[in-house]
Design a protein around this ligand. Structure first.
Ligand code: ZN
Ligand code: ZN
Length: 347
């Protein structure tokens, strides 16, 4: 199997200066806050970083290492003067672009070249994602046995943080969302210090990182009997989630998978309560390609790892969201997060 750099090189017309730090990590394995890699169409690659990362950069196998001063791009502007260089438009600041241009570098804007490779996971990446999801399953099962009523959202978020470490994750994948009542109606709710009451819904959206790869899972818990109006909302969200899962398959368009999750909610007259896309890709970043949204141009292929996460948000009242992480297989998808979605009452 060819290396990631070789596969990237095969897609290039001009040398590509990779400045996205996650893309640099993907191509070279180097975790750095200050590194870039130049990949030539012929397959040669040079990794540039400063003294602090020199030891780690010198053992990278797929790219030659050249040390630069801390200000990497001004140094490269000199070296690349007179050359035509492709850059990652999403990962190069205007200031850095001007630095390169002033040095006499001709810039060609590109987008998504490395991200397209990242969207299809290799077996080793899938293994890390599976391990992260397995930890997530254990932590959510333990969470369901925790007392909720009387504790605050912030307390439960700290419990989660500790649980990730105890179960062997490197740490959280992102800041956990724990949101009851009207806070649950905010898709990206901030943690509050108010005690969780009885007879409400609590949305918990959290994940962990294993070898840089993220899990992402949401469950919505009942602090009362799972019945009545809240149960109806939950069941509708679950219907939408199952419909979305059933539509995930190789060859399916991201927008069509998204649309499948909107049918039941539309029939219930609640379309306006589901205001975000169905899901997103997950890997080294918790939000990457492909996307499952009404405007998505993505077409799914085996090895994509995406979330399926419809939600219903009643502003000022309550919210529900259910999210699984799945891998696209040759004939559908396989759930990586498998913790129960049966309506769950917590104490
Ligand atoms: Zn999530
Ligand atoms: Zn998500």
């Amino acid at each position: 199997m060819s290396t990631r750099i070789e596969r990237l090189a095969a897609r290039l017309d001009d040398p590509l200066l990779v400045t996205g730090l996650v893309n640099v990590r993907y191509l070279t394995g180097l975790e750095s806050s200050n590194a870039v890699v130049l990949v030539e169409p012929a397959g040669e690659a040079t990794l540039y970083t400063d003294f602090r990362y020199a030891e780690a950069a010198s053992v990278v196998e797929d790219a030659r290492f050249e040390q630069t001063p801390r200000a990497v791009l001004p140094a490269l502007a000199e070296r690349f003067s007179g050359r035509r260089i492709a850059v990652e438009a999403a990962h190069l600041s205007l200031a850095d672009a001007e630095t390169l241009r002033r040095g006499g570098v001709e810039l060609v804007s590109t987008s998504g070249l490395v991200e397209t490779l990242r969207a299809v996971k290799e077996p080793g990446e899938l293994d890390a994602l599976r391990r992260a999801a397995a930890i997530s399953d254990r932590v959510y099962a333990e969470l369901a046995a925790q007392p909720f009523v009387g504790r605050t959202e912030a307390e439960l978020a700290w419990w989660l943080e500790q649980a990730w470490h105890e179960e062997g994750a490197d740490g959280p994948a992102f800041d956990a969302i724990v949101a009851f009542g009207e806070n649950g109606a905010r898709p990206h709710a901030k943690l509050r210090d108010e005690p969780i009451p009885a007879d409400t819904l609590v949305v918990v959206d959290a994940g962990c990182a294993v070898d840089g790869y993220r899990s992402d899972c949401t469950r919505t818990f009942f602090t009362g009997e799972p019945e009545g109006r809240l149960r109806e909302l939950y069941d509708l969200c679950l219907r939408a989630q199952l419909d979305g899962l059933a539509a995930v398959a190789p060859g399916a368009a991201g927008r069509d998978v998204d649309a499948a999750s909107r049918v039941a909610i539309g029939e219930a007259g609640m379309s306006e309560l589901y205001g975000h896309g169905l899901g997103h890709g997950v890997g080294l970043d918790v939000h990457e390609g492909p996307t499952l949204r009404p405007e998505s141009d993505a077409v799914l292929e085996p090895g994509n790892v995406v979330t399926v996460e419809p939600g219903l948000y009643l502003a000022g009242d309550v919210g529900v969201r259910i999210e699984d992480l799945v891998v696209v297989t040759t004939d559908g998808c396989e759930r990586l997060t498998t913790v129960t979605k049966d309506p769950t009452r917590v104490a």
